[in-house]
Design a protein around this ligand. Structure first.
Ligand code: PLP
Length: 397
């Protein structure tokens, strides 16, 4: 993976893009693929008898096959296209957990969840007088696994856990958590929003019951995402939204629903988005993810070592098993001022709470400056970040 594949870096050769955890840049094949769909292939799917519609349907459904192969998902019907991670989690909350959630039950999350994997669980717990239990973390940003055993019991209806923290970069031991939960017959949802470059992204092997992710964080377009769910659960779940495309037959008296996966894809879906996602998966398929991970490790280690030489700079999240995400706090400099300063040097980073406010409370900070690397970043980008932070220190402190 390199910058030449991504047109934005030709448009802005001086851009140091360090915000891939928010959204990745898009390779030209994805951009061209979406343009080609709208230019040459546009038609609505699933309903038309005419050629264009049949071809669009085939192209849309073929992406389900690409998702199946890419993530090693056992069955095509287990793949639901959503508009992103957030929608996937809401779907599982409303259609899987809420109908069975009773007063006194509990849902287990972790202290490092993105608001997308927190607020909806809190909301449905409040609705039903159930309890939200939180797996604590230590100062390094690692889950306190010994506490987990005490949190899981016969009233636990779901464990909802992030695989890779968007703020700390921690890679959680999801296999171990899933095993512990399954020993007590508790299903597990994994938030895989930040996982796309993880080298062994094999959902069947992880044995997660649900997995959610977003196209725009995996080199594809915005407005599209994937929900994987085990067939036995999806079969028994009620639809999330109702309307066209998700029915088998409708009368004024009653409606029967379509089979999986279409039961969960009401209305005209994001056809161009799904097709774009297919091109992103084609791009990713040809990438050596082990090599990309080695590269990311080098960038992260070098940046960590060099940044820690700056007096007054702290890195929030020092787990041993970490991805290419660095959350920085520079004493006496507000993260928004820091990001504005870096922007003056064409360095794009994110500042704030990163949709993890309880995590900010835990570390007793208002926010961080987050630099996140992807496969297209280089040592030169690390240099620029380090120089930028040093310049900032001279300017503000
Ligand atoms: N979970 C994590 C870990 C994330 O990083 C994000 C986005 O930053 C989300 C969930 C929400 O993703 P989306 O906004 O694409 O639905």
């Amino acid at each position: 993976m390199n910058k030449a594949d991504f047109p934005i870096f030709q448009k802005y050769p001086n851009l140091t893009y360090l915000d891939s955890a928010a959204t990745t840049q898009k390779p030209s094949s994805v951009i061209k693929g979406i343009t080609q769909y709208y230019t040459d292939e546009n038609a609505n799917i699933h309903r038309g008898i005419y050629d264009l519609s049949a071809q669009a349907t085939q192209k849309y459904e073929a992406v389900r096959g690409k998702v199946k192969d890419y993530f090693s998902i056992p069955h095509l019907e287990e793949i639901i296209f959503t508009k992103g991670t957030t929608e996937g989690i809401n779907l599982v909350a409303q259609s899987f957990v809420l109908p069975h959630l009773k007063a006194g039950d509990n849902i287990v999350i972790s202290a490092m969840e993105h608001h997308a994997n927190l607020v909806v669980w809190q909301h449905i717990c409040q609705q039903r007088k159930a309890n939200l239990r939180v797996i604590p973390i230590n100062q390094n940003g690692t889950l306190e696994m010994t506490v987990l055993d005490k949190l899981l019991d016969e009233r636990s209806k779901l464990v909802a856990l992030v695989h890779i923290s968007n703020t700390l970069g921690t890679i959680n031991p999801i296999k171990e958590v899933i095993k512990k939960a399954h020993q007590k017959n508790i299903p597990v949802l994994i938030d895989g929003a930040q996982s796309i470059l993880y080298p062994d992204l094999n959902i069947a092997n992880f044995e997660a019951d649900f997995w959610v992710c977003s196209g725009h964080k995996m080199f594809g377009p915005t407005g599209v995402g994937i929900l994987y769910g085990k067939r036995q659960y999806l079969e028994e779940m009620q639809p999330y939204q109702f309307g066209g495309d998700m029915i088998r037959s409708v009368t004024f008296e009653a409606t029967s629903f379509a089979k999986l996966p279409h039961k969960f894809e009401a209305g005209t879906p994001n056809i161009a988005g799904v097709i774009g996602l297919g091109y992103a998966l084609d791009y990713l398929k040809d990438i050596d993810k082990y090599a990309v991970n080695e590269h990311l490790k080098k960038l992260t280690n070098e940046a960590t070592a060099r940044l820690l030489e700056i007096e007054g700079l702290r890195i929030i999240g020092r787990a041993k098993n970490k991805s290419g995400i660095l959350s920085l706090v520079l004493e006496e400099v507000h993260p928004h001022d820091a990001a504005t300063f870096l922007n003056e040097q064409n360095i794009a980073v994110r500042a704030g709470h990163h949709c993890t406010q309880p995590l900010m409370d835990f570390y007793q900070i208002s926010g961080t400056l987050r630099a996140s690397f992807s496969g297209y970043n280089t040592m030169e980008d690390v240099e620029k970040l380090v120089d930028g932070m040093k310049g900032m220190k001279r300017f503000f402190v």
